[in-house]
Design a protein around this ligand. Structure first.
Ligand code: IMP
Ligand code: MG
Length: 205
């Protein structure tokens, strides 16, 4: 079952108040939902030769928690995918690392942090299909159903969220915020500033 998030959320830690509008998914909600997803995957893949293929870098925290909760043998590999403009869109996808495992004839679970326009999952799915796995299923922590620009759906979804730019629990803005233990909404002024400021730390107020 997919969860939908609308609540105002708990208080934002003081050091982040000039950058974060609100916490959208808390640590305990993440912990609970990741365990549920792991149990669904465990049930569905109990007879499989499971290969998890995760997309770098956004899946790091989600993947670490998810795989520890899946009580099955598995192989793990990574695709490096980067949106060249690197900020809030994935229009220009660059593959920075290919998988090395042979997935031919195996059941692949593709894991990504967030399904937004759908372009990333579509492109990586097409690349994987060329490697002739037996099946490909996909799992995303977050889904923005209103943002889809290509018709793609994920088989396992942690949370459906509104059309907001979120960071934390692996998700970044210009490589920042990945270490936050929750998923939070970034204040629009933090990503609409002029380009030269994007790679610099957001100044404290
Ligand atoms: P899509 O290709 O548009 O579906 O977007 C997928 C990729 O875009 C994700 O793997 C993220 O790297 C990035 N992305 C999309 N929405 C967000 C967001 O709200 N926060 C952080 N990254 C995002
Ligand atoms: Mg990203």
């Amino acid at each position: 079952m997919t969860k939908t998030h609308r609540s105002a959320g708990p208080p934002v830690p003081s050091r982040l108040r000039s950058e974060i509008a609100r916490i959208l998914v808390t640590e305990s909600q993440l912990r609970q939902r990741v365990k549920e997803l792991a149990k669904e995957i465990e049930r569905d893949f109990s007879r499989s030769d499971l290969v998890i293929v995760a997309l770098l870098n956004g899946t790091v925290l989600f993947l670490a928690d998810l795989i520890r909760a899946i009580n099955l043998p598995m192989h793990i590999d990574f695709f490096g995918v980067s949106s060249y403009r690197g900020r809030t869109t994935s229009e220009k996808l660059i593959i920075t690392k290919e998988i090395r495992l042979d997935v031919k004839g195996r059941d692949v679970l593709l894991v990504d942090d967030i399904l937004d326009s759908g372009r990333t999952l579509k492109r990586v799915g097409a690349m994987l299909r060329k490697l002739k796995p037996a099946t490909i299923k996909s799992c995303v922590l977050l889904n923005k159903p209103r943002c889809r620009q290509v018709p793609v759906r994920a088989d396992y979804v942690g949370f459906d969220i509104p059309d907001l730019f979120v960071v934390g629990y692996g998700l970044d803005y210009a490589e920042r915020y990945r270490n936050l233990p929750f998923v939070a909404v970034l204040l629009p002024e933090c990503y609409s500033r002029k380009c030269q400021k994007i790679t610099q730390p957001v100044p404290k107020q």
